[in-house]
Structures are given as structure tokens and as C-alpha cells.
Design a protein around this ligand. Structure first.
Ligand SMILES: [Zn+2]
Length: 294
């Protein structure tokens, strides 16, 4: 079952956010019909988005993460909100590539290295806070750790793991973000770094049947791990017919009139959840009437 955990260790010197997202990512990749490498990359981004969103307080607050390094994925965008709600899309769901020598899914290959990771935090102020770092490895987790360390001056370790089954479904998906709080002992950071290097990868731990909680217990066994909250991350979308109509109207009266006169029908698709919104000849006529009334 999917899970989202907030925890701390060493009397609050270490902040931990961890998630298991197998069901959530499976739902998303089914909606978008992604190829295996796209599934892994998209799943990692959704997991990161759910965890990062869960760090926000206000219901309307959001954090959007975008990564595009010029690879064949065309880029991935996710938006996370409080309580681990997340939505997102990959521009090219067909992107697929394996490492020649390792036979492993080549996530950094489809992301590309020539570009940026951008984080947009919207806390309902006048302007959102936007910050970018160059793509570091293209494997996403390392890029986020780099972002936190450089842009937010918060030394962080990030792990994201998506295990894709032979049938293309997601066998396991999860992640964690470990952050050193201001004033934390530097020795402690070294100890955690060392331990993360020593233990099996997150993907291996999840594949072997460990829950995300067990993974945390394994990492922080002697560091006074305290679970603060446990919840469930969810895939959500806030698109509505009304919003799609607004976007459609924004192409302008002239264009709409043209579509109407040519007796065309339109189908608009939400990038995030792939819901289709059909506009018949009659619907387009009604939208035109609305514009003329305004
Ligand atoms: Zn939608």
C-alpha cells in the first residue's frame, strides 16, 4: 500500500520524508501509456513531487519541478501539493533507452544532460519562488539533492527508485529525502552519507519486500528515528470542463469562428490526467455566444 511518512532522527537534527508510491505511479503510467524508461523517469518525478508537495502547509500551495536536458523524453513536469497530492506529465511517453553495457533503463539518457532542473514554489505570494540548477546526472534523485544543497543551502540526500516489471507495470516505486537541519553535527551528515553508500539501493530494498518504513528503520536503526506523520500520497488533477473552456476560448474569437464555420469538432486533452474534453459544433457555437455577450 502507498505510504507517505514524515519523520526525524537524532532529536530533530535530521528531517526525513519518505514515500512508497507503487499504486500512484501505476495509475499514472496507465493513464499515459508510457514505455519502460519513460515509466521509470516519470515515476521518479511523481514520487519526488508527492514528497516535496507534502512539505507544504497551505492547501493551495504548490511546488512544480521541471527537468529537461534535451533528451528524447522532451522533459517531465510534476506539481506537488500538501498531503502528498501530485500530478505530472512526460512530454514523450514513448521515450525508451537501455544502457548498452548494463542492460538497465537509461533514465539520464532520455532526460539528457544539456539543460536545467527548475523548482517553482508557489506559496500564494505575489510571485512564486523560482530556482534552477544545471542538470547534474540526469538520474533525477542526484539532481534534486544538488538543487537542495546549492539552491536551498540544505545538505540533502535523495533516493528515488522505480522498478519496472517485464509487462511494463510498476513492481515497486518509492523514495526518500533526508535533510540536515541547521546546526546539525557535521559528523552526523558524514555518518548518514557513509551509511547510504553501504546499504543496498532503495530499489533493491523495496524489491526484497521491505516497506518504506522498514527502509527508514534500516538506515536510522541507532539514530533515534521518530515517525511524525503517516499518510497516503495521491495522484490528483484539478482540471475541469470550465477551465478547459477558458483555455479554449483564449485562442480568440476569430479562430473559434473559423472552427465553427468549418463545422469542426475539437477534442482537448488534459496533459496531466489525459482526460478528454469534446467540443461539438454546438458547443463551439455556445462558446462564441458567451464571448459576444461579454
Ligand atoms: Zn486533468
Amino acid at each position: 500500500m502507498d505510504k507517505l511518512i514524515h519523520a526525524m532522527a537524532k532529536e530533530g537534527s535530521v528531517r526525513i520524508i519518505a514515500a512508497e508510491t507503487t499504486a500512484l505511479v501505476n495509475e499514472a503510467v496507465k493513464n499515459h501509456n508510457t514505455m519502460p524508461t519513460a515509466t521509470a523517469a516519470y515515476g521518479r518525478m511523481l514520487t519526488a513531487g508527492a514528497m516535496m508537495g507534502s512539505m507544504l502547509k497551505g492547501e493551495q500551495d504548490s511546488v512544480t519541478v521541471q527537468i529537461n536536458g534535451g533528451g528524447i523524453s522532451g522533459g517531465i513536469l510534476v506539481t506537488g501539493r500538501s498531503e502528498g497530492r501530485v500530478k505530472g506529465y512526460i512530454v514523450n511517453p514513448d521515450a525508451d533507452m537501455v544502457h548498452n553495457d548494463l542492460g538497465k533503463l537509461n533514465v539520464s539518457g532520455i532526460i539528457g544532460l544539456d539543460g536545467k532542473l527548475t523548482v517553482i514554489t508557489d506559496l500564494g505570494m505575489k510571485e512564486p519562488y523560482v530556482s534552477s540548477v544545471p542538470i547534474y546526472t540526469g538520474e533525477i534523485a542526484e539532481d534534486l539533492a544538488y538543487y537542495y544543497t546549492v539552491s536551498e543551502q540544505t545538505p540533502s540526500a535523495v533516493a528515488l527508485g522505480v522498478l519496472v516489471d517485464v509487462d511494463g507495470s510498476v513492481m515497486k516505486s518509492g523514495g526518500f529525502i533526508i535533510q540536515m537541519m541547521p546546526g546539525a553535527d557535521e559528523m552526523l551528515a558524514d555518518l548518514i552519507t557513509y551509511r547510504l553508500e553501504e546499504i543496498p539501493s532503495l530499489t533493491t530494498l523495496l524489491r526484497d519486500g521491505n516497506s518504506i518504513l522498514e527502509v527508514l528503520q534500516f538506515i536510522f536503526e541507532d539514530m533515534d528515528l521518530q515517525i511524525l506523520t503517516e499518510g497516503t500520497p495521491v495522484l490528483y488533477c484539478d482540471c475541469t470542463r470550465e477551465r478547459v473552456e477558458k483555455a479554449f476560448i483564449s485562442i480568440g474569437e476569430e479562430e473559434l469562428t473559423k472552427l465553427y464555420d468549418e463545422n469542426k469538432e475539437e477534442e482537448l486533452v488534459c496533459h496531466f490526467c489525459n482526460t478528454k474534453y469534446d467540443f461539438t459544433h454546438e458547443d463551439i457555437g455556445n462558446l462564441l455566444k458567451e464571448i459576444k455577450q461579454d
